[in-house]
Each structure stands twice: as C-alpha cells, then as structure tokens.
Design a protein around this ligand. Structure first.
Ligand SMILES: [Zn+2]
Length: 240
C-alpha cells in the first residue's frame, strides 16, 4: 500500500507491506524509494511514530541516493538524436556508417562506425573525442591562469579523471591538480572558475576567508561562474 508522511517538513512516500514480521522493517532503496513492512497488528500510528523517529536517517539516506543518481553518467544508447553536452551547449548525436570517426559540426556530433549497432566502439570513439577536447580546452585555460601564480609555484601536474563527487581537487604538497573530465560538458566560464579555484588552493589550502579574498581579487565574478557550474546540465552538487 502506498502511503505518505511528512518528515521534518518534507513529504515522503513509502510502500507499506503488511506481512508476518516481528518488528517494523524499514528499507531505503538506491532508487530513492522507501519500503516498510510490519505485521497487520501494528497500528498505522505506531508505524508513523517509528518513521518520525527515524526521520533524520531516512532523509539523509534519500539525499545520499539522490546525489549518487545525479552524479552517475547518464546511461547511453548511442543512437541518433541523443543529447550530449560540450561547454554548456547541447549537441545532437548523429550515427552514420563508415570509417571510425567523430566530428563536431555546429550542434551535430557525428560518430561514424563500420557497424552502426556497435555501441562499444561508439562509446570508445566518443570518449576519445571528449578526452581530446578536455586536453585542449583545459590546457588552454591552465596556460592562461598559471602565469598569475608563476611567482609562487612551478607548473602543477594536471590529471584529468572522471570523478563522481568532485569537479576538481588540488594536492598542494605534490604540486598537482586533478580536474573532472565531465567539466568539459559545462560552460567555459565554469571550467575557468574550477581551474582558478584549484590554483588558489596552492596559496590557501582551505576554504578560509583568505582563500575567498584571493579568489575574489583574481576572479571577481566567481560567484556567477559557480552558479553556472551548479546549474549545468549535470546539476550535480560536486565539490571543488
Ligand atoms: Zn576548494
């Protein structure tokens, strides 16, 4: 039976199954559904009281699963018409038969493969294309930003990776920066913000007021850029 309850001001729906179990059992599933089982003898009000007591746990588990779902790359079918993103712009995938190749023409991302059903090859080619774009775009941004920091540090080692919880990170002592490859899907201004943010960490490792003072002096519009990053198609609350 589908039910709903208000927990800390948030309405949550849950599935209640009556069966012969000893206690009230609660399960929060990765798809953000809530399942409760209890014996027919347990009154609804007792179940509701139980859920109220567990409110913090339920809400934080739901938030956690929602965040994981948002950060997972979308499942792909690699068919014509599918949307991809590049620097904040929506691209339409066009699949054609031919020699293995990927090209961008306006808003069409065309992938050619000998067998148009070969999803593994399409995925490999598209990932390779994105990697090349990341290398080019991120390199250009870094070469514009690094001179500002030249007097404080040697050129950092930059690693590009797919990350599920961060847009970027800075390992100050190792002189290394890691950038999330999926930044290439967000607007250029947002990528510049993340690169600047990580560089400022070489001067101020924590998000102290000095960190933000420096960031603001070097990139006065960083808040607008951060908003752009947060509202990017991925809509993921990743850290920097
Ligand atoms: Zn940071």
């Amino acid at each position: 039976m589908n039910k709903s309850i208000i927990l800390n001001g948030r309405e949550i729906s849950y599935e209640l199954e009556r069966k012969s179990v000893k206690n009230i059992n609660l399960r929060i599933r990765a798809d953000c559904s809530v399942y409760v089982s209890a014996s027919a003898r347990v009154a609804d009000s007792v179940i509701e009281g139980f859920l109220q007591k567990k409110a913090d746990y339920i809400l934080s588990a739901l938030d956690k699963y929602a965040e994981i779902a948002r950060s997972a790359p979308p499942a792909r079918n690699y068919v014509t018409g599918e949307s991809f993103y590049y620097l904040g712009k929506e691209l339409r995938l066009v699949v054609t038969q031919g020699k293995s190749n990927v090209s961008l023409d306006g808003v069409c991302l065309t992938v050619s493969v000998p067998d148009i059903c070969d999803n593994a090859l399409k995925e490999k080619l598209i990932n390779k294309w994105y990697d090349a774009q990341c290398a080019e775009v991120f390199d250009e941004i870094i070469s514009e930003i690094y001179p500002i920091f030249r007097k404080h540090l040697a050129m950092p080692r930059v690693t590009l990776r797919n990350m599920s919880s961060r847009w970027g990170s800075c390992r100050m002592k190792r002189g290394a920066i890691t950038l999330n490859k999926r930044l290439i899907e967000t607007p250029l201004e947002a990528v510049e913000y993340v690169v600047m943010h990580e560089f400022v960490h070489f001067l101020h490792p924590n998000h102290s007021s000095k960190f933000y003072d420096t960031l603001s002096s070097l990139m006065p519009d960083w808040k607008v850029r951060k908003k752009l990053l947060e509202s990017a198609v991925l809509n993921r609350p990743l850290k920097t």
